[in-house]
Design a protein around this ligand. Structure first.
Ligand SMILES: NC(=O)c1ccc[n+]([C@@H]2O[C@H](COP(=O)([O-])OP(=O)(O)OC[C@H]3O[C@@H](n4cnc5c(N)ncnc54)[C@H](OP(=O)(O)O)[C@@H]3O)[C@@H](O)[C@H]2O)c1
Length: 265
């Protein structure tokens, strides 16, 4: 696995497994079934992205235990639920961190994110100050945000003592968020691509034409693109074959022209 270094020196695998539909039925009822987590671990994933809002942090904690692999070999990212929660401040952030630690059965979270901006700068700053405190205590190894616009980030940065390490945003053909990603890079945050494989058939077919020259699938080309662009990616798959494929992206290199063509999709 290759690693990027976050703005606080913490090393993060360049790609991890998304989990938003893991341990659930197709209509998203939580089952606790560890099949998808365990197959991702078997495929080689050690970095998992979850969130309190996915309702499946406990399954990730159970899968890490069940794998028999030391917790220290995993990189766990989770998120504080922030939409439709009423007032959010220090008390709520502390409670959310405590709940995630308990469900994940860990005493440290590698990367903890604000899941969405929820409309209150004042509350957001109070929540961030709490994140900073837990980061200084070592409970959160690194902290960041998700779905933040450059405007949200400007406000946060003007009050932050610890800058966000990442901004997790949708990044795939048809919805690249190029401007937000560029803003993040300029300010030392790594863009983290959610939904990196969520694209339409037409774009996938164009990417596949690039992949054909390397014997790679369109999914592998998109994930390789993210790596070369300096973006963390968190693809999610319920298929072991796809999980293995999505990690097999380190033996070819896209040309600058191919990257430009992908960025234009
Ligand atoms: N911060 C946020 O607000 C936010 C929002 C959404 C998601 N996320 C995070 O981002 C993760 C990824 O996003 P996502 O799950 O929405 O979308 P995604 O990972 O881009 O796409 C998932 C889809 O791609 C398919 N797929 C995976 N690998 C493939 C391959 N090699 N070839 C062909 N198809 C493949 C999967 O089907 P199979 O299962 O059949 O492989 C699934 O249908 C989530 O799991 C979650 O952790 C964050």
């Amino acid at each position: 696995m290759e690693y990027f270094t976050l703005n606080n020196g913490v090393r993060i695998p360049v790609t991890g497994s998304g989990t938003n539909t893991f341990a659930k039925t197709p209509d998203r009822v939580y089952t606790g079934d560890l099949k998808d987590h365990l197959s991702a671990i078997k495929a080689g994933y050690r970095f998992f992205d979850t969130a309190e809002g996915y309702g499946n942090e406990e399954a990730l904690g159970n899968a890490v235990k069940e794998s028999g692999i030391p917790r220290s070999e995993f990189f766990i990212c989770t998120k504080m639920r922030t939409r439709e929660q009423g007032h959010l401040g220090r008390k709520e952030a502390e409670a959310a961190i405590a709940r995630s630690l308990a469900k994940l059965q860990t005493d440290v979270i590698d990367l903890y994110l604000i899941h969405h901006y929820w409309g209150s700068d004042e509350e957001m700053i109070e929540v961030w100050k709490t994140f900073e405190e837990y980061c200084r205590k070592g409970v959160l190894r690194s902290i960041g945000v998700s779905n933040f616009t450059p405007e949200n980030l400007q406000v946060l940065m003007s009050h932050a003592e610890i800058m966000p390490a990442v901004n997790q945003v949708k990044m795939a053909p048809g919805n690249w968020n190029h401007e937000t990603a560029a803003f993040c890079r300029e300010h030392g945050m790594i863009p983290m691509a959610w939904g990196p494989l969520k694209t339409d058939e037409e774009a996938a077919a164009k990417v596949q034409m690039i992949g054909d020259a390397y014997g790679k699938t369109w999914a592998q080309v998109l994930l390789r693109y993210h790596y070369q662009a300096g973006n963390i990616s968190i693809p999610k798959s319920h298929s072991y074959e796809h999980q293995v494929q999505n990690l097999d992206i380190f033996d070819f290199e896209l040309t600058p022209e191919e990257c430009t063509a992908i960025e234009a999709l």
